[in-house]
Design a protein. Structure first.
Length: 285
């Protein structure tokens, strides 16, 4: 082989290596893209007003925090409903504490539901990639659900969607989500319906005349309208680029709207009057 032939081979090898590197940088594989995106998920707290139809029914908050050594995430979700506003006596609270691994799969979950004087609690633990076990409040195992693929949570798939950049309009993909109410893992189809910029109240103050809380500043985020679930159980939500809910359906025909802390916690259902007694929040961070 002559020098010219050797030079051509070396040039071709260099071009191929350069192309591989460019592909690696600009078109990373799905797992690598997810790993990069996960590292950019910011911790923080989002606050919500909860509605039944157009009537305000309560408040909620979702807190996302990172675990030590980049081992995963802790997601705390809390929804408190003023049941008289829904025509039922008493109050209702649902809380969940989810531990997700570095790929946003389920490690463990504790779910508690309080309705009036009745309290129910379930703890869910992922045992490797083959079994999810459920335990009641006494620690007794109540179910053992075999699984054949990775299982996440409702919070987990939203974070994964944003972290992996899987937000092209019209895109569909499947995930397996553990439902603590049914104590089972269910397949969900996720479909990206549209993209838009959404604004929500970011800061509030009291009106000098009425004393009602009013929005004084808004934040604008890029968001995607997403349909998740199957058949009649499908829900539509708006999710921002950090994987957080902005607006959409949750359980029981309820809907949430992201808002400022004060508008979420210090407004009575059905009014704009401050009520720090009826909707006592946790300490704001």
């Amino acid at each position: 082989m002559g020098r010219a032939g050797l030079a051509v081979i070396l040039l071709a090898a260099w071009v191929a290596a350069l192309g591989w590197q460019a592909k690696r940088v600009f078109f990373p594989a799905a797992a690598e893209r997810l790993a990069l995106g996960v590292r950019s998920i910011p911790p923080g707290v989002a606050y919500y007003s909860v509605f039944r139809d157009e009537a305000r029914a309560g408040w909620g908050q979702v807190e996302i925090d990172t675990l030590p050594a980049a081992s995963g995430f802790l997601v705390r979700d809390r929804v408190l409903l003023d049941l008289p506003s829904l025509g039922v006596a008493g109050r209702s609270e649902r809380t969940s504490e989810e531990y997700l691994d570095s790929s946003l799969n389920l490690d463990s979950l504790t779910f508690t539901s309080i309705v009036g004087d009745d309290t129910a609690s379930i703890r869910v633990v992922s045992d490797g990639d083959s079994v999810v076990r459920s335990f009641d409040a006494t620690g007794r195992q109540t179910s053992r659900v075999p699984i054949t693929e990775s299982v996440t949570t409702s919070s987990g798939w939203r974070l994964r969607l944003a972290a992996a950049g899987q937000t092209d309009t019209g895109r569909r993909y499947g995930v397996v989500v553990f439902d603590p109410l049914a104590a089972s893992a269910r397949s969900h189809e996720i479909e990206i319906l549209e993209a838009s910029s959404l604004a929500f109240p970011d800061s509030a103050d009291t009106d000098s005349i009425s004393g009602a809380w009013i929005s004084v500043r808004e934040d604008t985020v890029q968001a995607w309208r997403v349909r998740s679930g199957q058949g009649d159980a499908a829900r539509e939500t708006w999710i921002d680029e950090d994987g957080r809910l902005v607006d959409g359906e949750i359980f029981g025909g309820l809907r949430v709207e992201r808002t400022a802390f004060e508008l979420a916690f210090f407004t009575r259902p059905g009014s704009g009057v401050p009520d720090s007694v009826a909707t006592q929040p946790e300490e704001r961070e």
